[in-house]
Design a protein around this ligand. Structure first.
Ligand code: PLP
Ligand code: ZN
Length: 474
C-alpha cells in the first residue's frame, strides 16, 4: 500500500543556488550561508501521471489503513519521496478541519470565509506538520548511520518547542530534545507543553530573535540537530496544509484567497511551495490568491512588499509587544525563501499580497470569531483582521477566503483574559469593545452559602439565576 516510488532529493541554496546532498543535516549553505530549500531532482517524473490521476490517488488515500499515510504524508510523492515507511511518524498530525463561518458571522462582516483550524493538530498548532517531516527524516538518518546520541534543539516563540518536545518524546532514544525560550515571552500553556513532554526547557532573557542567535551559534559549533525553520524538512512537512486545502475544495483553488499569518515566514513559504507543485503537476485548476498578514508591531515582510517593486530593500525591524506572539519576529529566517517563491508564484500567474493589521483589529477579530463558534488563536484573529483589512483596501473581491487559524485558542487564552478584564498593558494599544467583553458573574456569595441550609442555598441560587437571566416561570 505504501508507495514504491523513490526519488533523489537535494538541498538548494536560496542565495547562491548551490546544490548539496541530503545525507548530511544541513541548515544553511556551506558555501555562502544562505537558507536552503529541498528539491526533488526527479520532480518531472511526477508529470508522467496526470493531474487527474494524482487527485484520484490522494482521494483514494483518504480511506487508507496504512499508518504512514494517515497524516501529512498522504501526499508523500509531493513531499519526501525518499523516506521509508518505517521512518514515518504519525501522531495524528494534519487533516485539520476547515470550518465555514456561520451565516451570522458572514452577514455581520459581509465576507465569505472559513477557518482551517490548525489547533486541532496533536500539540495544538500547525508546527506538528513540520515536526512530523523533520523527525521522520531524523529517524531515517539515525537508522542509516546508526547514531546512538542525537540532541535536537530549537528556539521558539512557544509552539515550535511544544511540537518538537512532543515528537521527540515519542521517538525517544537516541533522540533528546532541548528547547530554548525567551523568558516570559511564551504563554503558560506553551511553557507547560515541552515540560510535560519531558524536554529540557532552557530560557534566556530577550525575545525570539535572541534565542535564534544562540541556537545558531550552537548548531555552528556543536553536534546538534536544529529544529528551527532553517530546517527545510519542516518546510516540506508544512506543505501538507496546501495539499489538504486543495483536496477539501476538490482541487479547485482559483476562486479562493488564502490568508496566512507571517512570523518567521516558514508557513507561508511551505504553503506557496505546495501550491506551486500542485500547479506544475496540473493537480489544481489554478493558483489561489495568497495574503500574508502581519501586525504593525512586527511587520518586516509587509514593509518590504509595500515598496515599489523596482527598488525594494529589506530591513529587519525591532518588534514591539504583539498579541500575535507566535508571529512576533523582526527578522524572519525564511524571508529569502519567500522572495524566491513569490517570484515563481507570480511567474505562474499567482498573486501574492501582504496586509498589515493593528493589535486592536487582531483582538477584535479573534473575539468575534470565537463568539461565533470558532477556536481561533490570536494569529487566527490576525488572519480575519487581514481579510477585513484587504476588503477595506479594495484588494479582495468575491473570492472565498480560507483563514489559517494556526493554533488552538486555549494556548492564547491569556490575551482573551486581558481583553475581557480590560487589563492590556498600554504597549499593545488594545481597548476592548464593551459589547464583546465577557466575565464570570457570581450569583450567590460565600456568606449566603454559610448562612443557609443546603436546600435553601440551592433554591436561592436558582432564584438568583432566574432573576439575572429574566427567566419566565413555567
Ligand atoms: C509559528 C507560528 C506562526 C508563525 O509562522 P511562521 O512559519 O513562523 O511564519 C503563527 N502562528 C502560530 C500559532 C505559530 O505557532
Ligand atoms: Zn549558497
Amino acid at each position: 500500500m505504501f508507495p514504491k516510488v523513490r526519488h533523489e532529493m537535494e538541498y538548494v541554496c536560496t542565495k547562491c543556488s548551490a546544490r548539496h546532498g541530503i545525507d548530511e543535516l544541513l541548515y544553511t549553505c556551506p558555501d555562502c550561508g544562505g537558507v536552503l530549500l529541498l528539491n526533488d531532482k526527479e520532480f518531472d517524473k511526477l508529470k508522467e501521471t496526470s493531474g487527474k490521476e494524482w487527485q484520484e490517488i490522494f482521494d483514494g488515500r483518504r480511506a487508507t489503513d496504512c499508518k504512514a499515510l494517515k497524516g501529512i504524508f498522504r501526499f508523500y510523492e509531493l513531499m519526501a519521496p525518499v523516506l521509508e515507511e518505517e521512518d514515518i511518524l504519525y501522531l495524528g498530525d494534519g487533516h485539520s478541519p476547515i470550518v465555514e463561518a456561520s451565516k451570522a458571522l458572514k452577514d455581520k462582516l459581509g465576507l465569505n470565509f472559513a477557518f482551517k483550524h490548525e489547533g486541532q493538530n496533536p500539540s495544538a498548532s500547525f508546527k506538528d506538520r513540520g515536526m512530523a517531516g523533520a523527525f521522520s527524516y531524523l529517524k531515517s538518518m539515525v537508522r542509516k548511520h546508526g547514531w546512538d546520541n542525537v540532541l535536537t534543539i530549537c528556539a521558539s516563540t512557544g509552539d515550535t518547542s511544544a511540537a518538537a518536545a512532543l515528537y521527540g518524546s515519542y521517538v525517544g532514544d537516541p533522540i533528546k530534545t532541548v528547547v530554548l525560550l525567551p523568558e516570559g515571552k511564551v504563554t503558560p500553556q506553551q511553557l507547560s507543553q515541552p515540560l510535560g513532554s519531558g524536554a529540557a526547557v532552557l530560557q534566556i532573557p530577550g525575545v525570539f530573535d535572541d534565542c535564534m542567535k544562540v541556537v545558531e551559534y550552537l548548531a555552528g559549533h556543536y553536534r546538534v540537530a536544529l529544529l528551527n525553520s532553517k530546517n527545510s524538512w519542516r518546510i516540506l512537512g508544512q506543505e501538507s496544509y496546501a495539499y489538504e486545502t486543495a483536496q477539501e475544495y476538490r482541487w479547485k483553488l482559483q476562486d479562493k484567497a488564502l490568508f496566512v499569518p507571517i512570523g518567521n515566514a516558514g508557513n507561508i513559504t511551505a504553503i506557496m511551495s505546495g501550491l506551486l507543485k500542485m500547479k506544475r503537476l496540473d493537480i489544481i485548476d489554478g493558483l489561489p490568491r495568497l495574503f500574508g498578514v502581519q501586525s504593525h508591531h512586527a511587520d518586516p515582510v509587509y514593509q518590504y512588499y509595500s515598496q515599489p517593486e523596482e527598488n525594494r530593500t529589506y530591513h529587519p525591524v525591532d518588534v514591539q509587544p504583539s498579541v500575535a506572539q507566535a508571529a512576533m519576529i523582526g527578522n524572519p529566517v525564511s524571508f529569502p525563501r519567500v522572495q524566491k517563491l513569490v517570484r515563481e508564484y507570480e511567474a505562474l500567474g499567482g498573486d501574492f499580497n501582504v496586509v498589515q493589521v493593528t493589535e486592536q483589529a487582531i483582538m477584535d477579530a479573534m473575539i468575534l470569531a470565537n463568539m461565533h463558534g470558532h477556536i481561533a488563536c490570536t494569529q487566527g484573529g490576525e488572519c480575519l483582521a487581514g481579510l477585513i483589512r484587504a476588503k477595506e483596501e479594495g484588494r479582495i473581491g468575491s473570492e472565498f477566503a480560507v483563514l489559517d487559524a494556526t493554533a488552538h485558542a486555549l494556548k492564547f487564552s491569556g490575551f482573551q483574559d486581558m481583553y475581557f478584564q480590560n487589563t492590556f498593558p498600554e504597549c499593545f494599544g488594545v481597548t476592548p469593545k464593551k459589547d464583546m467583553r465577557n466575565l464570570p458573574h457570581t450569583i450567590i456569595s460565600e456568606e449566603r452559602r454559610n448562612a443557609l441550609s443546603k436546600e435553601e442555598f440551592t433554591e436561592e441560587a436558582a432564584h438568583n439565576i432566574a432573576k439575572y437571566m429574566n427567566l419566565l416561570e413555567k
